[in-house]
Design a protein around this ligand. Structure first.
Ligand code: ATP
Ligand code: MG
Length: 590
C-alpha cells in the first residue's frame, strides 16, 4: 500500500472528468452478487483480475486512501506507530507457533529458489513478535505499540462479494506488547476507543460485539460490525442492556429445570421417507421441539454426534471451542451411513458408538423422538439420560430471539452485520510459543502480554456501499466519498456556462472541497445518471437556464433534496448548504 502523503494538497484532491480514468458501465455486471460489488464495477472504481483479486482504479484507490487516512489519524492518536513489514514471511516463524500446520489452506505457501518455505502474510503476529523479542529487553521499553496498513493474502475457500471477501485485500493491523495485564488492557481499550472514533468519523452505522477468537486465538475479542442486511454475520443484541455478540459466540443461558418426569419405554416406529425433522414431526404428530436433531461431525478427523432440539441449529464454533479442536466439519454421507447403518436422516443417539454431546436445553423434557439408526425408522419415548450414553451436556446451539440476554435476562434480537474490524486480547499465546520475554523491575524474566487489532480497509469501502445506496447508485458518506462534491457543467460548449463552472470549480478547490468537475461533452441525462451512480454526497449543476436566473442548482445525494444557490453569493450559500448536508450525515449516524 503506498502512503497517501499528498492527499491534502489541492492538486491531488481536484479532478476533471474529461481527463480522469472513470470507466462507468451502463449495465449491471451479471457476475456480481452483492450491491457493493455491482456498484463498484459500474462506477468504474474496481476491476476484477481473477477470483478474489481486484484492481483498484483511480477512484477506488481514492476511497481506500480516504479510509486509510482516517484510520491512520486515529491509530496515531491512540499512540500506536506505523511501520511496514514484508508481505512474504518465512515458514520458520510459523513453525514456531504451530500455525504452519494449523492455519489450513488459507495460508498460501511457496518455496524460493533455494527450496526454503515461505508464505504470503494473512496476518503478522509471527513477524512482529519476532521483531520485538529481538529488541526489547527491559520493562522500561514497554509498551510497544505498532501498526501497518498493507495488502494481506488469504486463500479464501469462497472468495466472493467483490471487496467484501477477497483473497488479496487491504488491512490495517496493529499489535501491542505490554509488561502486565493492566497495560495490556489499556492497549486494548485504546484500540477499542480508536475503532469507535474511526467508524463514527467514517459516517457508518456500526456496533461493537463480543466475538469468537478463531484462528488468531487469545483470551477475548470484539468485532466491529457495520449494520447491513447483506452482512454475512448475525449479531445478537439485547433490547434492555448494552450486550451485543456475534451469534457464533453468544452464550445461551438455559434457565429451565431438568425434567425428571416418567417416560414410557422407547419403541421403534416406521417413518418411511421421513428424513427431516419437519417430516418426522408431521408424520408422528409431535412438535418439532419434541424431536431430537442428531448431527454427526468430524472433529479433527474423529466422529462426534451433537444433539439439539429439532427446532434449533447446532453452532459448530461452540463445538469446536468445547472440544478445543482445530477443525470441525459436518460428516459426509458415507461416514454417516457407516456409523448409523442407515441413510442420512435416521441418525439417533441410542446405541450410537461415538461420543455424544447434547445441548443443555434437551434436559427440559424426557420423552423425545430420535432417529433409530435404521432406514425409515425412528424411536419414540426416548429418555436421553436413560437410553443414550451422553458424553457431556453443553451450550451447543445458536441463540434465537426466544432466548434471553445472558447478561441481564432481557429480550434478544438478531440483526445482520459486516465485520469490518476485530480486536483481540492475545495474552501469552504468541509470546509463550515464540518466547517474547523481558526483565521486570526485579530483574525477573516475564513474558510480554500481547494484543492484535485488524481493520479490513478495503472491506470498509464495500460495507459503506452496502449500507448506503439506492436504485440509482452509491450514496457515499462524505468521509468515504472519492470526492465530496460533483460539479456538472451542463453545456460545455457555452462559453458563459463554462466560465461560471470553472469559476465555481476554482472556488471550491480554494475552499478545500474535494470536487470532480464533469466537463465532458455528454448529454445532461448521462451526467445526471453518472453523478448519482458515483455517489458524491453533494451535486451542483451549472446550466444556461439557471444562470439566466442567477442561480446554480444543488442536490443532496442522500435525501434527494434539491435547492438553489445564488450565483452572486455562491461562496456563502454553498458553505451553509454544505454544512447542512454534512450535519445530516452526522445525525443519521449518531
Ligand atoms: P472473516 O470472519 O470475515 O473471515 P476474520 O475473522 O478472518 O474475518 P480477521 O482475521 O479478524 O478476520 O481480520 C481482520 C479484518 O480483516 C476483518 O475484521 C475484516 O474486516 C478483514 N478481512 C478478513 N478477511 C477478509 C477478506 N477475505 N477480504 C476482505 N477483508 C477481510
Ligand atoms: Mg476469515
Amino acid at each position: 500500500m503506498r502512503a497517501a502523503a499528498n492527499l491534502n494538497s489541492k492538486e491531488a484532491i481536484s479532478m476533471r472528468f474529461s481527463s480522469c480514468y472513470i470507466p462507468t458501465l451502463k449495465e449491471s455486471p451479471a457476475d456480481a452478487e452483492v450491491v457493493s460489488h455491482k456498484l463498484l464495477l459500474r462506477a468504474g472504481m474496481v476491476r476484477r483480475l481473477t477470483s478474489g483479486l481486484y484492481i483498484y482504479l483511480p477512484l477506488g484507490l481514492k476511497i481506500i486512501d480516504k479510509i486509510a487516512d482516517v484510520v491512520r489519524e486515529e491509530i496515531n492518536a491512540a499512540s500506536f506507530q506505523e511501520l511496514l513489514m514484508p508481505m512474504v514471511q518465512p515458514a520458520d516463524l510459523w513453525k514456531e507457533t504451530g500455525r504452519w500446520e494449523h492455519y489450513g489452506k488459507e495460508l498460501l505457501r511457496f518455496k524460493d529458489r533455494n527450496e526454503r518455505d515461505y508464505c504470503l502474510g494473512p496476518t503478522h503476529e509471527e513477524v512482529i513478535t519476532d521483531l520485538v523479542r529481538g529488541e526489547v529487553r527491559s520493562y522500561r521499553q514497554l509498551p510497544v505499540r505498532l501498526y501497518q496498513i498493507q495488502s494481506k493474502f488469504r486463500d479464501e475457500i469462497r472468495p466472493r462479494f467483490g471487496l467484501m471477501r477477497g483473497r488479496e485485500f487491504v488491512m490495517k493491523d496493529a499489535y501491542s506488547f505490554d509488561a502486565d495485564i493492566a497495560g495490556a488492557e489499556e492497549s486494548y481499550k485504546l484500540m477499542y476507543d480508536a475503532y469507535t472514533r474511526i467508524f463514527k468519523r467514517l459516517g457508518l452505522k456500526f456496533r461493537a460485539v463480543e466475538a469468537d477468537t478463531g484462528s488468531i486465538g487469545g483470551n477475548f475479542s470484539h468485532e466491529f460490525m457495520v449494520l447491513a442486511d447483506t452482512g454475512e454475520d448475525t449479531i445478537a443484541f439485547c433490547h434492555d442492556c448494552d450486550y451485543a455478540a456475534n451469534v457464533e459466540r453468544a452464550e445461551v443461558v438455559w434457565k429451565g429445570e431438568a425434567c425428571t418426569g416418567a417416560c414410557p419405554d422407547y419403541e421403534k416406529v416406521a417413518t418411511p421417507g421421513a428424513h427431516s425433522v419437519e417430516e418426522v414431526a408431521a408424520m408422528l404428530r409431535v412438535p418439532a421441539g419434541a424431536v431430537v436433531k442428531t448431527m454427526l461431525f468430524s472433529v479433527d478427523g474423529k466422529p462426534v454426534a451433537v444433539l439439539v432440539r429439532g427446532d434449533r441449529e447446532v453452532n459448530d464454533i461452540k463445538l469446536k471451542n468445547l472440544l478445543k479442536a482445530q477443525e470441525v466439519e459436518l460428516a459426509g454421507a458415507a461416514t454417516v451411513e457407516a456409523l448409523t447403518h442407515a441413510p442420512v436422516g435416521f441418525a439417533g443417539p441410542v446405541g450410537l458408538d461415538v461420543p455424544v454431546y447434547a445441548d443443555l436445553e434437551l434436559q427440559g423434557a424426557t420423552d423425545y423422538v430420535t432417529g433409530a439408526n435404521a432406514a425409515d425408522a425412528h424411536f419414540r419415548h426416548v429418555d436421553l439420560r436413560r437410553d443414550a450414553a451422553i458424553t457431556a451436556w453443553a451450550d451447543l446451539r445458536a441463540i434465537t430471539p426466544e432466548d434471553v440476554c445472558p447478561r441481564c435476562g432481557g429480550r434478544i434480537e438478531l440483526t445482520k452485520g459486516i465485520e469490518v474490524g476485530h480486536i483481540f486480547m492475545l495474552g501469552l499465546k504468541y509470546s509463550e510459543s515464540m518466547h517474547a520475554a523481558f526483565l521486570d523491575e526485579n530483574g525477573k524474566e516475564k513474558l510480554m502480554i500481547m494484543g492484535c487489532y485488524g481493520i479490513g480497509v478495503s472491506r470498509v469501502a464495500a460495507a459503506a456501499i452496502e449500507q448506503n445506496h439506492d436504485e440509482n447508485g452509491i450514496v457515499f458518506p462524505p468521509p468515504v466519498a472519492p470526492f465530496e462534491c460533483i460539479l456538472l457543467n451542463l453545456d460545455p460548449r457555452n462559453a458563459e456556462v463554462t466560465a461560471k463552472a470553472e469559476e465555481i470549480y476554482a472556488m471550491l478547490r480554494d475552499m478545500g472541497v474535494d470536487v470532480l468537475l464533469d466537463d465532458r461533452e455528454e448529454r445532461p441525462g448521462v451526467k445526471f445518471k453518472d453523478a448519482d451512480l458515483l455517489g458524491a454526497p453533494m451535486q451542483l449543476v451549472v446550466g444556461g437556464k439557471g444562470l439566466a436566473r442567477g442561480i446554480v442548482e444543488c442536490k443532496d445525494r442522500r435525501s434527494g433534496e434539491k435547492g438553489e444557490l445564488t450565483v452572486d453569493a455562491i461562496e456563502e450559500d454553498f458553505s451553509q448548504w454544505a454544512a447542512g448536508v454534512r450535519r445530516g450525515w452526522e445525525t443519521q449516524q449518531a
